[in-house]
Design a protein around this ligand. Structure first.
Ligand code: 3HC
Length: 394
């Protein structure tokens, strides 16, 4: 559908996006500010493709063809010339993104779609510096893009339905699944839920209610998420999650960053990439912290997950996303074993509301239960136990 695609920024997300796009047969121009960064990115792509060959998921010929389809350049104009789709993945800095979009606007033709992989900055504000805000759209991949099945399509105030349809078709050609975040809300769908979850984990540890290992053990072995929340933070990058969380906090207080998280960020303990985050690392590429399963019962899952359920209820009440899409988002974007609304129905909406009220009385208004949850409790829609909550049960 597109002949040539440009990816601007060759960092963690940029190189992963270029890789998946090239694997699916597109010619991709990857652009960054230095040759050194570009060569580093190519090395990481090669490593990842070789892993897939090792595992029998890719032939050696496909590896070579994919690599041949990736062109690198430090020249933005060269990267975007004749590209029909551009995916920007530069650091999460609104001014930087606006500067780039203003240039892209002048360098591209009227039909070119200008996508941004921002994790939480306002699409409408990025689009405002262009002459074609109807063509500007969020195309949000998840780390690592080559393994994670979801792409979140985010509409700005002026994104046209034609642009969304073209991007949805493109995502299908990558063999990925998409959800559409219909409103340009802080954090969109996935990061709004993820940030509420991760920050709550960090608040719980900061308040001395449980340790990092106890929270991660509960999340990994009882909730059966693929990684503990501190493990995931180190993996994605504490700097990345901090700036996404800060963007949400500054825009509408949809999350409040915990001092524990802030301390890591301020000290440059970004996680795996800096050798230290919540855990320490020796430098192996795919190193995992050791999380003992026997600590899994030390903290209640509802205590950790209640603010994330509250964030999910906020998204539904504000008609940002449909409930099925929301659950699909956490299952495919974060590899949850089931949807967060399904989990809440199991725990009981009344239990979630009790936990939130208790936290609200101790720690403040951030924890006030969303009116949607209050209404569900008032209507006895408590989840599986009353055969109706977010979903109906026979
Ligand atoms: N390419 C190819 N192979 C890779 C790879 C890559 N980029 N990264 C890791 N691998 C390989 C590993 O080297 C390992 O290989 P090995 O078996 O030879 O050692 C293998 O894949 C991983 O196998 P595992 O069985 O250990 O790992 P999992 O089955 O647990 O899968 C995972 C790994 C998919 C990353 C899983 O742990 C997971 O889903 N974690 C959660 C990730 C997540 O939530 N991502 C989203 C974060 S939020 C985000 O990105 C949004 C942003 O805006 C903040």
């Amino acid at each position: 559908m597109f002949e040539k695609i440009a990816v601007i920024g060759a960092g963690t997300m940029g190189h992963g996006i270029a890789e998946i796009v090239a694997l699916k047969g597109y010619v991709v121009f990857m652009c960054d500010v230095s040759e050194e960064i570009l060569q580093g990115a190519i090395k990481k792509i090669e490593w990842s493709l070789r892993k897939m060959v090792e595992k029998g998921k890719l032939s050696h010929d496909d590896l070579t063809s994919a690599l041949n389809r990736i062109k690198t350049t430090t020249n933005l104009a060269e990267a975007v010339k004749d590209s029909e789709l551009i995916i920007e993945a530069v650091p999460e800095n609104l001014e930087l993104k606006k500067e780039i979009f203003s240039k892209l606007d002048k360098m591209t033709c009227a039909e070119t779609i200008l996508g941004t992989n921002t994790s939480s900055l306002p699409i409408s504000e990025i689009a405002s510096v262009t002459s074609k805000p109807d063509k500007v759209v969020g195309i949000h991949f998840f780390n690592p893009p080559v393994l994670m099945p979801l792409v979140e399509i985010v509409c700005g105030d002026k994104t046209s339905s034609q642009t969304v349809d073209r991007v949805l078709t493109f995502v299908k050609t990558l063999d990925k699944q998409a959800i559409v975040c219909r409103k340009d809300v802080p954090g969109f769908v996935v990061n709004r839920i993820l940030e509420a979850l991760i920050q709550e984990a960090a608040w719980i540890v900061y308040r001395g209610e449980a340790s990092i290992l106890e929270v991660d053990s509960a999340v990994k072995y009882r909730a059966k998420l693929p990684m503990g929340l501190f493990e995931l933070s180190d993996y994605v990058g504490i700097d990345v999650l901090y700036s996404a969380g800060k963007a949400i906090q500054d825009r509408d207080k949809g999350v409040i960053i915990s001092p524990l998280f802030e301390e890591c960020y301020k000290n440059g303990w970004y996680g795996k990439k800096s050798g230290k985050g919540f855990y320490t690392y020796t430098g192996d590429f795919w190193e995992k912290p050791k999380i003992p399963p026997e600590l899994a019962d030390k903290v209640r899952l509802e205590e950790i997950f209640a603010p994330a359920v509250n964030a999910a209820a906020w998204l539904l009440r504000n008609k940002v996303v449909e409930k099925e899409e929301l659950d699909k988002a956490v299952m495919l974007g974060l590899n949850f074993p089931e949807g967060i609304l399904q989990m809440a129905d199991k725990w009981g909406i009344d239990v979630i509301v009790q936990v939130l009220r208790s936290k609200q009385s101790r720690y403040g208004e951030y924890y006030r239960p969303d009116p949607l949850l209050e209404e569900m409790v008032a209507n006895n829609r408590l989840g599986i136990k009353t055969r109706g909550g977010f979903y109906e049960y026979a």
